[in-house]
Design a protein around this ligand. Structure first.
Ligand SMILES: [Zn+2]
Length: 250
């Protein structure tokens, strides 16, 4: 996810609000095409892919689909002014965390393409990102990406670029919300619920997702006592990713 830090603002929507509303939505189940052999998941920052669709990735991998992570940034801007880790050290740590998390989720074949764009400034590189994504989508049967309306500039730039590149390549693109669960409210008119599909996660997949999220140690715990080293993903935000359902839309 990366900065701005979720959960620190008083207007964050608590997971109990979503838990009271999501089960009543009769959205269709998201069913992967049985012919799919390779699916790409685009992450603006190391952790988006797990917070948003970690369970879906585990289910795809379990069905024999190769998962390809397209990591747009290395997440070096999550702790500006940190007294513990420099941005370069943070990037190294976060890339390693993402690798551990992907292995926790996907028993089958995975691969990772790192694009190395600057964390927080993806939109400035959107044209080049589109070219890189088009290349990464070669041979891919479907794409999952952060949503172009997710409320974080990097998430939105990746979503726009992925949708455009997928359209040019003739590959179906599904978008997943991350930040949305923080700022939106149930039934929020700013969110395209009418296009939503649900992925129900069995308990074993929920456990694998929890283990994967725990791999992101630089994000789920403070780096140190200095305010610049505060936790990025507090428990109230992580609660959104602990629910038994993931949501995607076109
Ligand atoms: Zn992110």
């Amino acid at each position: 996810m990366s900065a701005p830090a979720a959960g620190h603002t008083p207007d964050a929507t608590p997971e109990e609000d979503w838990a009271g509303w999501l089960p009543g939505q009769d959205w269709p189940a998201w069913v992967p095409d049985p012919t799919w052999r390779r699916v790409a998941v685009c992450a603006a920052h190391p952790d988006d892919e797990v917070l948003g669709v970690g369970g879906t990735l585990a289910l795809l991998s379990g069905a024999g689909v190769e998962v390809e992570l397209v990591a747009v940034t290395d997440g070096d801007a999550s702790h500006p002014g940190s007294t513990v880790l420099s941005p370069a050290q943070l990037a190294v740590a976060r890339v390693a965390e993402s690798g551990h998390a992907l292995r926790a989720l996907c028993a089958g074949s995975t691969r990772t393409t790192r694009l190395g764009l600057p964390d927080g400034r993806v939109a400035e590189h959107e044209a080049g990102l589109g070219v890189a994504l088009a290349a990464a989508f070669a041979g891919v049967d479907a794409v999952l990406t952060t949503w172009s309306g997710d409320g974080h500039p990097d998430h939105e730039a990746v979503g726009r670029a992925a949708v455009a590149a997928g359209a040019r390549a003739g590959v179906p693109v599904w978008q997943y919300p991350v930040w949305t669960w923080h700022w939106a409210v149930p039934g929020d008119p700013r969110v395209p619920w009418e296009r939503a599909h649900r992925v129900d996660l069995p308990p074993s997949v929920q456990d694998a997702k929890a283990a994967a999220i725990a791999c992101f140690r630089t994000q789920v715990a403070p780096l140190g006592p200095d305010p610049a080293d505060a936790v990025v993903l507090p428990p109230e935000f992580l609660a959104h990713s602990a629910r038994p359902t993931e949501v995607l839309w076109t």
